[in-house]
Structures are given as structure tokens and as C-alpha cells.
Design a protein around this ligand. Sequence first.
Ligand SMILES: Cc1cc2nc3c(=O)[nH]c(=O)nc-3n(C[C@H](O)[C@H](O)[C@H](O)COP(=O)(O)OP(=O)(O)OC[C@H]3O[C@@H](n4cnc5c(N)ncnc54)[C@H](O)[C@@H]3O)c2cc1C
Length: 323
Amino acid sequence: MGSILVVAEIQKGKVREASYELVSFARKVGEATGREVKSLVLGQGVSGLAEELSKKGGGEVFAADDAALANYNAGGHFAAVKAAIDAAAPDLILLSNTPSGWDVAPRVAATLDAAFVSDCFDIEVDGGELVFLRRFFNGKLDARLRPAGLPIVATMQPGATAAFSAASEGKVTPLSITVGEGGTKFIEVKAASAKGVDLTKAEIIISGGRSLGGPEKFEEVIKPLADALGGAMGASRPVVDAGWLPHAHQVGSSGQVVSPKLYVACGISGAIQHLVGMKSSNFIIAINKDPDAPIFEVANLGVVGDLFEVVPKLTEAVKTAKG
Ligand SMILES: Cc1cc2nc3c(=O)[nH]c(=O)nc-3n(C[C@H](O)[C@H](O)[C@H](O)COP(=O)(O)OP(=O)(O)OC[C@H]3O[C@@H](n4cnc5c(N)ncnc54)[C@H](O)[C@@H]3O)c2cc1C
């Protein structure tokens, strides 16, 4: 049996949270099937990050530390992943469903003649076989995909599971790579102009919907509760379409997929495109004046009422409880 190779991503000098989520998936499959979990960290000056991953994620961590990997380029990334595959002999390779994952994963799958499953939100082990779960038709259906053979390359949705965080024993193995002349050349990184919110990392999200009526209501009603709980503000799509909040705040099939410890949906109906983005949250509170709103079907706690009355009271109660 092969191992499992996790391809970690570095962002702003850190191992991305999504990479620790891959470790969670890998360890789950590893424990159920007896596969060893190995990881790859690639970039320039990343040996320290490989150490960090080995202590937080465990297993053997390959460190491809090379000037050719200083900036993202598909050729260099692919060369590092291929070198790690040669060293780790995996039959399951996990990448995040991110722009670099989209770029590299199909290339890896084609090279290995492997099965490729993208954008998955879970992996199950059924009778020793791997089953990948992903959503279809804008989240209306969950599909269970059972690749016909091994190896398998899969990309996993960021935010679909909790990041692995237990202290572990691991070791780092330097990996040398040869990067040939690629067809692409790095020019520059242009950061998106979103105002710094990364909902996939937030442990508490307070979201508002169209019913808020305007951006000022987010400031007056939603933000105080988010601040009191130390959480971030989320939104349904109409809010973003209306320009009340930037797209980085949108939760759903065309926004962020999140799984915080607490998700509070205020005046959100619970359309399927919103639900796919938040239904795997640990605890969901829904506040809606319509008792038949679909959001209540996924809520752990439902409050039928006017959000403009309920949310400020909740904010006061949180402040009082916190002293
Ligand atoms: C291709 C596609 C992709 C999409 N992607 C997304 C996505 O990523 N994210 C997303 O959210 N949507 C997405 N949508 C849109 C989605 O279908 C819904 O239209 C949207 O989620 C509805 O947003 P809402 O719940 O804020 O508004 P509404 O559906 O209008 O619901 C408002 C809710 O507020 C309640 N309400 C009104 N006043 C109050 C009050 N005072 N107090 C309490 N409750 C009140 C109402 O009872 C109602 O349930 C997508 C749609 C398509 C077609």
C-alpha cells in the first residue's frame, strides 16, 4: 500500500490553514487504512516551515527549498510535487482546492495516469476503498465518488474540516528538485483588494442577509455582535451583490465555504447556495422571522423573531456575560 502525500501551501510566509486541514483528512484516511501520512513543503527558505509542519502535522515532511520555487509557477511546483511522489510513493495525493491546487493537481494526475477528484469536502473509507464526497448542481446534490483504482489525486475544499493541530513527532527530509524551462514565467503578485477578512479561518461568524436593508445596518447590528463574540462578519450573496460588503464576506457556493465553531445567520432565508457554504459549521444559530425559513432545517438553535430586536439583545447579553 502506498502512502498519502499532502501538498502544503505557503501563504504570506506561513503554512496555510488549508494545508493543516489536508493533514486532518490524510490522518483520518491513514488511520482507517494503515497508510502513512507524508507532506511536502515547497518554496524558498521554507525549511523552518517544514519543521513547523512536522511538529504540528507529524510524519515525514519533504522540504523542497529552492530559489526556483520563490514564487508560484506551475513548472516549479509540479517538479517539486513529482520529486516528492518519487520519494514518498503515495497512492493518494491531496492538494487544496485553491488556484495553485487547480493548476498543479490535474497535471500531476495526468502524469501519473491517476484518478482525479476535485473540490471534495470529505473522504470516507468504505470497505477499505476511498470514497470522495463533493457537491453537484450548486450544492443541490452530494455525490459520493469511488475512483476505480489507485493512485488518486484529490483537491479538498478549504474550510471543509478542522485544521489538524495536535503536537506530533515528525521528521524533515530535504528534497532536491530539477526545474526545467517552463512555459510560464512569474511576473508579479497582485493582492485582491478585499479588506483583510479570511472567513475560512474565523472560529465565529455572524452573517447577515438581504433583510438587513443596507450597509449601515451591518455596522449597527451585525458588527457589534461579531465584536462582542470576537468573530467575523459574513453575508449572503444579495448583500455582496448590492455592494454592502466586499466579496470576501460572502458565504456560499459562489463565496467562501466555512466551518466555524459558531455560525449565526441573521435574516438569511437558507437558500441552498448559502447552505452549502456553512452547513458543516459546528453549531448554527438562525434568527429569522419566518418560522418556515429553510435555514432552520440546518440550525442547532432557531430563534423565530425580528433580528433588529433579537440581535442587539443577544449582543448585550454577551457583553454582560463577559463582564
Ligand atoms: C449560481 C448562484 C450562486 C449563488 N451563490 C450564492 C452564495 O454563494 N451565497 C448566498 O448566500 N447566495 C447565493 N446565491 C443566491 C441564493 O440563491 C439566495 O438568493 C440568497 O442566498 C438569498 O439571500 P438572503 O437569505 O439574504 O435573502 P432572502 O432569500 O431574501 O431572505 C431574507 C430572509 O430574511 C428574513 N427576514 C426579513 N426581515 C427579517 C427581520 N427583520 N428579522 C429576521 N428575519 C428577517 C426573511 O424571512 C427571509 O427568510 C446564489 C444563486 C445562484 C443562482
